[in-house]
Design a protein around this ligand. Structure first.
Ligand SMILES: NC(=O)c1ccc[n+]([C@@H]2O[C@H](COP(=O)([O-])OP(=O)(O)OC[C@H]3O[C@@H](n4cnc5c(N)ncnc54)[C@H](O)[C@@H]3O)[C@@H](O)[C@H]2O)c1
Length: 254
């Protein structure tokens, strides 16, 4: 059977664990040559070994790191057809509890990594007249989840970058989309949900209310997010660009 990403070269950022690792596994199974990045050198290298991917450690919020990753990917796999901007993660807390440091971390991890990687990889995609950029956004931008205002400021920037880039590069064979999950059953989320009674009170309330927003009644599996990323990165999505595609169990509709 034909594989969806046969012979494609792909960078997946923040791929050491969680959703990024699930995406990397699916991409490899669909025939892509995968280059992983993560700021966590040890876990990133172990994941890359397990999946047969190339790996470069680096903090993509730092100037120059995205360019270093792009050069590394070209050396290892010769082409970058797909960039998945997955690196991120929230510093989730009430808006007024943020500090200067946690604000900077939230913006750096989610928005700056995405901006820097797009700027580093796009010249190569333009030269080849082909590219698929898939950003990982968040349903919380849409439904205004509790304690997520700062995270939403960063992920909202990612959603906005998506529409601007999609328009700017549509005539160069480049498609830019965001896949936006609601709660996902990563290792960390599973641990929290396994024993809600031991969570701090505000987190217990947070999860009770959050799960109640999802008509399907549970968080997404990581593979359910990864499957949508594979589709958007594939030839089948040639006419899809500038979209924020929700994988949210119905937590917002339309
Ligand atoms: N888990 C969820 O419920 C959920 C929901 C919506 C969106 N998301 C988004 O999905 C993506 C993956 O999340 P996850 O839950 O798998 O998180 P995770 O923490 O398990 O994985 C994120 C990875 O990104 C890496 N990373 C963070 N900052 C980096 C940087 N500056 N440079 C390089 N690597 C960096 C981390 O080391 C980590 O390995 C994130 O963008 C997150 O915001 C997650």
């Amino acid at each position: 059977m034909e594989r969806a990403l046969e012979s494609r070269g792909a960078i997946i950022t923040g791929g050491a664990r969680g959703i990024g690792r699930a995406i990397a596994r699916k991409f490899s199974a669909e025939g892509a040559a995968v280059v992983l990045n993560d700021v966590d050198a040890e876990v990133g290298a172990a994941t890359a070994r397990e999946l047969g991917a190339a790996f470069l450690a680096g903090d993509l919020a730092a100037p120059g790191e995205a360019e270093r990753l792009t050069a590394f990917a070209l050396e290892k796999v010769g082409r970058i057809d797909i960039l998945v901007n997955n690196a991120g993660g929230g510093v989730i807390r009430p808006f007024l509890s943020h500090t200067e440091e946690s604000i900077r971390q939230t913006i750096d991890r989610n928005l700056m990594t995405t901006i820097r990687c797009c700027r580093a990889v796009l010249p190569h995609m333009i030269e080849r007249g082909y590219g698929r950029i898939v950003n990982i956004g968040a349903e919380s931008v849409r439904n205004g989840l509790w304690m997520h205002a700062m995270y939403n400021a960063a992920k909202g920037g990612v959603h906005a970058l998506t529409t601007g880039l999609a328009r700017e590069f549509a005539d160069r064979g480049i498609r830019v989309n965001t896949v936006a999950p609601s709660a996902v059953s990563t290792e960390m989320v599973k641990d929290m949900l396994a024993d809600r009674d031991v969570l701090p009170a505000e987190w217990k309330v947070f999860w009770d209310k959050t799960l109640a927003t999802i008509p399907i009644g549970r968080p997404a599996e990581m593979d359910e997010v990864a499957d949508v990323v594979v589709f958007v990165a594939s030839e089948k999505a040639e006419f899809v660009t500038g979209q924020v595609i929700s994988v949210n169990g119905g937590s917002s509709m339309l």
